[in-house]
Structure formats: structure tokens, C-alpha cells
Design a protein around this ligand. Structure first.
Ligand SMILES: *[C@@H]1O[C@H](CO)[C@@H](O)[C@H](O)[C@H]1NC(C)=O
Ligand SMILES: *[C@@H]1O[C@H](CO)[C@@H](O)[C@H](O)[C@H]1NC(C)=O
Ligand SMILES: *[C@@H]1O[C@H](CO)[C@@H](O)[C@H](O)[C@H]1NC(C)=O
Ligand SMILES: *[C@@H]1O[C@H](CO)[C@@H](O)[C@H](O)[C@H]1NC(C)=O
Ligand SMILES: *[C@@H]1O[C@H](CO)[C@@H](O)[C@H](O)[C@H]1NC(C)=O
Ligand SMILES: *[C@@H]1O[C@H](CO)[C@@H](O)[C@H](O)[C@H]1NC(C)=O
Ligand SMILES: *[C@@H]1O[C@H](CO)[C@@H](O)[C@H](O)[C@H]1NC(C)=O
Ligand SMILES: *[C@@H]1O[C@H](CO)[C@@H](O)[C@H](O)[C@H]1NC(C)=O
Ligand SMILES: *[C@@H]1O[C@H](CO)[C@@H](O)[C@H](O)[C@H]1NC(C)=O
Ligand SMILES: *[C@@H]1O[C@H](CO)[C@@H](O)[C@H](O)[C@H]1NC(C)=O
Ligand SMILES: *[C@@H]1O[C@H](CO)[C@@H](O)[C@H](O)[C@H]1NC(C)=O
Ligand SMILES: *[C@@H]1O[C@H](CO)[C@@H](O)[C@H](O)[C@H]1NC(C)=O
Length: 643
């Protein structure tokens, strides 16, 4: 092949270039390898130390020796421009330090969390990496200079990985906010604070005026904010207060917030899902009982301290609008709350084991409520304060962990006969409003004694009959192979407690199929009578003119009321569990009068019949306290079919 003069010149220059390149590689390749090694050296030092060493180095010595162990390359994790040069108006935060600040509307407050505080902590706290270093140096045959040793082991890289995965949990709560200018101003909520976070060295004062691309902006939600970011460099963040319209708000009132940056967990958090963590059991005109879900998975799990607190607030009142996710804000402004001195004021709290499996719940008995009012209840866990954590010598990682759950609504009944009772001995799951009369029984404790006495008498009679039943005999002599005397006793107790202690609703409650009018011929406390048309329609029916338990009308004298009927499965369960000789029967569902005025049916949603442990479960079926009832229900249905 012949090459033109031009082509041969090109070929010559290509070959020459290749040779030059080869020569270059052969001569300079060691430097490439050195650069890769250097990458891991700097992280072996504490970052703060590193900064000073580096400054010394730069100022005192001349040209930097690449091989010197003290060399600090420009691509270190910690930018030279930041360290030791925190601006005056920036507050430096330590891990788990609670920072409280006022902020005028339109104002801003900037913080920095220095990556150096992670590094020193990582070295102190990380037993693993220390142990690893020891074992590696032990295996080293010849004793070596400590410095070299560190270079040889893989420890620096370990530590670097650890640092890179450390997360900073920033959380804040609005404690105070501008108040409405007038009580009539109920529609506009105070505007929320905003958190700006920057990890860019170019943006050391994040805020509404800084470049939006170099920062993350998170507006508080109902007075709370949560933000997590990995700490591989200094984190700058600001809390900015919005401008507030003086038309709607008293702008002389400042914002006040609390902020914590933690390497362990959020100090303040809130639950974003409304999954019914707080359940309204029942209420009367002045008080309500609320409870948590089960806190344990088995009966032998013991809880010694009360894990939660509760806030309650009238829904008409606007003082907690805009701070419903803020533990701090609720502590300041919720009408019913834990008091500063640690006492719970209008709330009595306790733990209760209940259900077939004896699982634990926390209960809150809230008093001092207004009649016929709507409330929200908010379940919360107080954050563990750093001071108390240190006092009790506990691990610092338990600091924080505060959480505010989504609100639950509940109502109080009108002033009337329905009175809340609880803490009965036999009917230990009876906790609801029952027919009462404040002249005869001034408070729930007194009224509970009446119902306790009545159910105990019934139970004693049943127990006498039970003693005639061959319980402890061989299986052939037993009354049933499937059920024993314990089943019968449980079924009777559940039935008795629901039937003899009626669950009361005020007479003014709108009619529902499962609400049965009782005692309608009696007079109300104010001396008036029920509507004439009702009397003429139902006045001749015993189910309407008396209570199921006649002693209620005679002794308590509650006046007219409505009863939430017991669930029919309680009756079927009783009939099936007890010997036929005891003669229990249930009214047939198609009986003309009897079933509809005696028992209610479990409907898909809402509280449609009464059973031990019943509550205003938002979607009944799934949350019914015990599987026992699900089972009983299906057997009950089978029984109906067989009839
Ligand atoms: C951490 O932040 C990321 C996005 O910034 C978010 O998706 C994640 O849910 C946060 N983690 C927690 C536990 O809040
Ligand atoms: C608040 O108003 C002032 C003056 O009108 C303005 O300079 C500032 O940017 C505003 N701040 C915010 C956060 O909107
Ligand atoms: C109960 O079990 C569930 C699922 O197994 C678990 O998520 C939960 O943490 C357990 N609760 C307690 C208190 O042990
Ligand atoms: C529940 O507790 C009661 C009394 O403390 C006990 O008699 C019963 O056996 C327990 N039930 C279970 C399932 O542990
Ligand atoms: C009860 O009603 C009064 C008068 O309306 C009100 O001032 C008070 O805040 C209410 N209290 C609660 C706990 O709802
Ligand atoms: C917790 O942190 C404090 C300072 O923030 C420190 O004095 C204390 O020793 C730490 N306690 C533990 C158990 O780490
Ligand atoms: C419940 O009753 C017991 C005695 O039966 C009493 O000691 C206890 O104080 C009562 N609890 C409440 C909350 O009233
Ligand atoms: C209930 O009333 C009785 C009798 O008047 C009284 O002795 C008792 O202290 C009251 N209990 C409460 C909790 O108010
Ligand atoms: C409550 O009891 C008193 C005294 O026994 C009685 O006069 C009054 O009528 C009763 N109240 C109602 C609503 O029946
Ligand atoms: C008396 O009380 C009943 C029930 O609380 C109520 O419906 C009725 O309107 C009252 N009557 C008068 C005259 O206040
Ligand atoms: C209830 O009142 C109605 C109408 O006033 C009357 O016909 C009926 O006999 C009364 N019933 C009882 C049990 O007193
Ligand atoms: C009982 O209730 C059922 C279902 O609501 C209804 O169909 C039936 O007519 C009622 N019976 C009587 C006697 O009211």
C-alpha cells in the first residue's frame, strides 16, 4: 500500500504521540497510585484537629510534601472555608441540645451543626472500630510506630463509612404563635414557620432570600417539622417566621419555637397517619374515658411506667389551631393537658389489663368537660429531656422520642341521667354511661356501687345453680364435650354485665334502630314529660315504660332514657355455653316484640350494640378487642340458621 506524503506524515505523528504517551505512563504512573492512597488518609484524624493541623501546615511550612503523613488534600470532607469561621449570627448546636428561641414575624434564626462533632463522637463511641483497630495492631508482628500503624490498618476507611451513614435528625415545635386579633377571628390559622436546610458550603445562611437550589425548604405542619439529612459536612439550617397580617393577628406576639438536632432520633415527631391510636370509650356530660390500643403482645409483658399523655381541647376553641402536631404548643395551650408540675390535672391515667388475653392498655379519664360539646383528644408521648436522661444515667440515645398522634374526636352528652361509671369488680370491663340520678347518687362512684351490688347478687344466684352442674366429672358425664363450666361462667358474666348494666344515651339522642327508649312514662328531672305522641304509641308497651332491670326504675329513678342494646351474640354464646338444664333461651329474631327491644346487631361500622369492652371503634369489626367476639358472632349466626 502506497501512502501519500500527507498520509505518511500523519502516520509518523500518530506513532510519535503514542510513544510519548507510553513514556509518560512509564515515568509518572506511581503518582496515580499515590493519589488513590491519599484519599483515605485524612479521615484518620479528628476533624477539628485536622483543621488546626492543616492551618499550621499551610502557614508555617513551605511547599507541601505529598508523602508527609500530615498532608491534607483539598478534597477533604471538611471544607477549609467553613471550619473555625462560623458567622456571629449563627448558633452552633450540639447533639441533642434543646434550643429555645423567640422569633418576630418576618425574622429568621440560623443554626449550624458541625460535622466535626460527629467525628469526635464517632471515635469515642464506636467500640467496634476501636476493637478492630486493636486486634489488627495485635496481629502485627513487629511493634510499629503508632502513626504508621494507623496508616497500615483499614481503620480510617471503616470510620469514614461510619461517618457517611450518620444521620442528623432535625425536629422543631412551635411553642407560641401570634394570637387571633379577636376571638371572632376563627377561620384563619396563624401562618406556619419554615425550616431551611443547606448542606452547601456556598449557602451558609439558608432562608427565603437564598438560592432555592442550594437548600431544602420545609414548612411546619401544624406547628411541627421533621427533617433528616446525612452528616458528611456541616449542616446549616434556619427557622424563618412568616410575615403576619395585622388584620387577623396580634402581631406584637412573637413566635417561639424549640429545636433539637440529634444524631439518635427525632426529639419531637408527629404521626402522619390517622390510625386511631386513641379510642373514645364513652362519656357523660362532664367526663370522658379514652384509651390506647393494646400496648403489649402477651399477658406476661409488663409495663411499669405510663407511656403516654393526653391533650384535650374544645373543637369550638381556636387556641390550638396551627399547633396540633406540636407537643410544646399543646403543652402551652390545650385546655386539658399535663400541668407543669408533672401532675395530670383533670386527667386520671392508668394501665388496665383487659380482653381474653389480658393485654395492657393505657386509659385516660378526663373530667371538667362541658356538656353537649365536641372535643378533640390528642395522644402524645413526651420527649425524654436531656437533663433527665443524664440524671437517670441512661443512654443518651433515649433522649427525645417525643411523638404527637393524630387527633380523635369525642363528644359529651347533654346534662341528663346518663352517668359514666367504671372500676367495677365483677363487671371489670363495664366502663360506660349508665342511667343515673344526681339526687339519689351524687357521683359515679356511688352509682357504681348500686350496679355492683345488683350484678353481684345475680352472680351469686347463678353460682349456686352452677354448683349443681357436674363440672369436674369425667368427660362422659359432662353436659357438653365442646363447652365446660368455665365457658359457661364467662358467657354468663359477659351477658349479665351487658344486660343488667344498660349503656345509656340521653333521651334527646336521635332515634336509631339499636337505641331502645326506656322508662318513658316517668318525668324528666325538670318535671316535664316525653312527647304525647310517643306516650300514646308506646305507653302500653313494657319494653318502653320500664328498664329491663326493674330496680333501676325503683331505686335509681333516672327518668326517660335510651339504651344501647346488648349484642345478640352475648345471648347465643350464653345459650350454647351453659347446660340446657339452666334454661337460658334467646328471643327469636322474628319474634314480634322481644328481640328488637332486647338485643342489637353488630353492624359494619359504628357502635351499634353493647358488649364488654365496647368503645367507639371507628371501624368496629377489625378492632373489636378480642377474637372471642368474632368467633361468637359466627357461631351465633349458625345458631340462627339452625333454628
Ligand atoms: C428522611 O428524609 C427522607 C427524604 O428527605 C424521607 O423520605 C424519609 O421519610 C425521612 N425519614 C424519616 C424517618 O423521617
Ligand atoms: C416580610 O416583609 C418584609 C417587608 O415587607 C420583606 O422585606 C420580607 O422579605 C418579608 N419576609 C418574608 C418571609 O416574606
Ligand atoms: C407486637 O407485635 C408486633 C408485630 O409482631 C410488633 O410490631 C410490635 O412491636 C409488638 N409490640 C410489643 C409491645 O412488643
Ligand atoms: C388474666 O388475668 C386474670 C386475673 O389476673 C387471670 O385469672 C386469667 O387467667 C388471665 N388470663 C390469661 C389468658 O392470662
Ligand atoms: C366550657 O365552656 C365555657 C363557656 O363557654 C368555656 O369558657 C370553657 O373554655 C369550656 N371548657 C371546656 C373544657 O370546654
Ligand atoms: C450524655 O451526654 C452528656 C453531654 O451531652 C454527657 O455528659 C454524658 O456523659 C452522656 N452520657 C452517656 C451515657 O453517654
Ligand atoms: C377502683 O376501685 C378500687 C377499689 O375497688 C380503688 O382502690 C381505686 O382507687 C379505684 N380506682 C379509681 C380510679 O377510682
Ligand atoms: C361521691 O359521693 C360520696 C357521697 O356524697 C362522697 O363521699 C365521695 O367523696 C364522692 N366521691 C367523689 C369521687 O366525688
Ligand atoms: C331523682 O331522684 C329524686 C329523689 O328521689 C326524684 O325526686 C327525682 O324525680 C329523680 N329524678 C328523675 C329525673 O327522675
Ligand atoms: C326538660 O328536659 C328534657 C330532657 O332533658 C328536655 O327535652 C325538655 O325540653 C325540658 N323541658 C323544659 C320545659 O325545659
Ligand atoms: C304510661 O302512660 C300511658 C299514657 O299516659 C298509659 O296509657 C300507660 O298505662 C302508662 N303505663 C304505665 C306502665 O304506667
Ligand atoms: C325488628 O327489626 C327488624 C330489622 O330492623 C325489622 O325488619 C322488624 O320489622 C322489626 N320487628 C319489629 C317487631 O319491630
Amino acid at each position: 500500500m502506497q501512502l501519500s506524503p500527507l498520509q505518511s506524515r500523519l502516520a509518523a505523528s500518530v506513532i510519535a504521540s503514542c510513544l510519548v504517551l507510553l513514556l509518560y505512563l512509564a515515568l509518572f504512573s506511581p503518582q496515580f497510585a499515590l493519589a488513590a492512597e491519599l484519599d483515605i488518609i485524612p479521615t484518620a484524624y479528628d476533624a477539628a484537629e485536622l483543621a488546626y493541623e492543616r492551618d499550621d501546615e499551610v502557614e508555617t511550612s513551605g511547599p507541601v510534601d505529598l508523602r508527609s503523613p500530615k498532608y491534607d488534600p483539598g478534597f477533604a470532607l471538611f471544607d477549609r472555608g467553613i471550619i473555625g469561621r462560623v458567622a456571629d449570627n449563627v448558633v452552633t448546636l450540639e447533639n441533642n441540645q434543646l434550643e429555645t428561641s423567640n422569633l418576630v414575624p418576618g425574622g429568621i434564626m440560623t443554626f449550624v451543626f458541625q460535622a466535626s462533632s460527629v467525628s469526635s463522637r464517632g471515635v469515642e463511641d464506636s467500640k467496634d472500630s476501636v476493637e478492630l483497630r486493636r486486634s489488627l495492631s495485635d496481629s502485627e508482628e513487629s511493634p510499629v510506630d503508632e502513626f504508621e500503624n494507623e496508616d497500615i490498618t483499614s481503620e480510617p476507611e471503616l470510620e469514614r463509612r461510619q461517618q457517611a451513614t450518620k444521620t442528623l435528625w432535625i425536629s422543631a415545635n412551635t411553642c407560641e404563635q401570634p394570637w387571633p386579633a379577636s376571638p371572632a377571628q376563627t377561620t384563619v390559622e396563624p401562618p406556619q414557620l419554615t425550616l431551611y436546610v443547606s448542606t452547601s458550603t456556598d449557602n451558609t445562611s439558608p432562608g427565603p432570600l437564598a438560592d432555592a437550589n442550594s437548600q431544602k425548604e420545609t414548612t411546619f405542619t401544624q406547628g411541627a417539622v421533621m427533617f433528616n439529612v446525612s452528616v458528611n459536612r456541616d449542616i446549616y439550617f434556619s427557622v424563618s417566621a412568616p410575615n403576619v397580617s395585622s388584620e387577623n393577628f396580634d402581631t406584637t406576639k412573637q413566635y417561639n419555637f424549640r429545636l433539637v438536632a440529634s444524631l439518635d432520633q427525632y426529639y419531637y415527631s408527629y404521626d402522619t397517619k390517622a390510625d386511631d391510636d386513641l379510642i373514645w370509650v364513652d362519656s357523660d356530660a362532664r367526663a370522658a374515658l379514652l384509651q390506647t390500643k393494646y400496648l403489649t403482645n402477651s399477658s406476661d409483658q409488663e409495663i411499669s411506667t405510663l407511656p403516654y399523655v393526653i391533650f384535650a381541647h374544645n373543637r369550638e376553641n381556636v387556641m390550638i389551631n396551627g399547633i396540633r402536631n406540636s407537643y410544646c404548643g399543646l403543652s402551652n395551650y390545650a385546655q386539658i393537658r399535663n400541668l407543669e408540675d408533672g401532675s395530670s390535672g383533670q386527667v386520671t391515667m392508668g394501665l388496665k389489663k383487659s380482653g381474653a388475653q389480658n393485654l395492657t392498655k393505657q386509659e385516660f379519664y378526663v373530667t371538667g368537660l362541658n356538656a353537649s360539646s365536641n372535643y378533640i383528644g390528642i395522644l402524645a408521648r413526651a420527649p425524654v429531656e436531656s437533663t433527665s436522661a443524664q440524671k437517670r444515667q441512661v443512654d443518651n440515645s433515649t433522649i427525645g422520642g417525643g411523638i404527637v398522634f393524630q387527633p380523635t374526636t369525642f363528644d359529651t352528652k347533654p346534662d341528663g341521667p346518663c352517668t359514666f361509671i367504671f372500676n367495677l369488680t365483677l363487671c371489670d370491663e363495664t366502663q360506660y354511661a349508665v342511667p343515673g340520678n344526681s339526687s339519689n347518687f351524687p357521683n359515679g362512684t356511688e352509682l357504681a356501687k348500686f350496679y355492683e351490688g345488683y350484678t353481684q347478687t345475680m352472680w351469686d344466684n347463678f353460682d349456686k345453680v352452677m354448683q349443681q352442674v357436674p363440672c369436674e366429672t369425667s368427660s362422659t358425664a359432662k353436659y357438653s364435650l365442646a363447652r365446660d363450666c368455665a365457658d359457661c361462667k364467662t358467657a354468663y358474666k359477659n351477658w349479665l354485665c351487658s344486660v343488667a348494666v344498660p349503656r345509656c344515651e340521653d333521651f334527646s339522642t336521635p332515634d336509631r334502630k339499636y337505641l331502645q327508649m326506656r322508662n318513658i312514662n316517668a318525668t324528666f328531672a325538670n318535671g316535664s314529660k316525653v312527647d304525647k305522641s310517643l306516650l300514646s304509641n308506646y305507653g302500653h308497651l313494657k319494653a318502653y315504660t320500664s328498664s329491663r332491670n326493674p330496680q333501676i326504675d325503683e331505686v335509681v329513678q333516672p327518668g326517660p332514657y335510651k339504651e344501647l342494646l346488648p349484642c345478640q351474640d352475648l345471648c347465643y354464646e350464653l345459650v350454647q355455653s351453659c347446660p340446657a338444664s339452666m334454661g337460658f333461651t334467646c328471643p327469636r329474631p322474628d319474634s314480634e316484640f322481644g328481640f328488637n327491644t332486647s338485643y342489637g346487631l353488630k353492624l359494619g361500622s359504628s357502635l351499634s350494640c353493647n358488649y364488654p369492652g365496647s368503645a367507639h371503634y371507628p371501624s368496629s369489626g377489625s378492632t373489636l378487642s378480642v377474637s372471642f367476639f368474632g368467633l361468637a358472632y359466627s357461631i351465633g349466626m349458625l345458631f340462627v340458621l339452625l333454628l
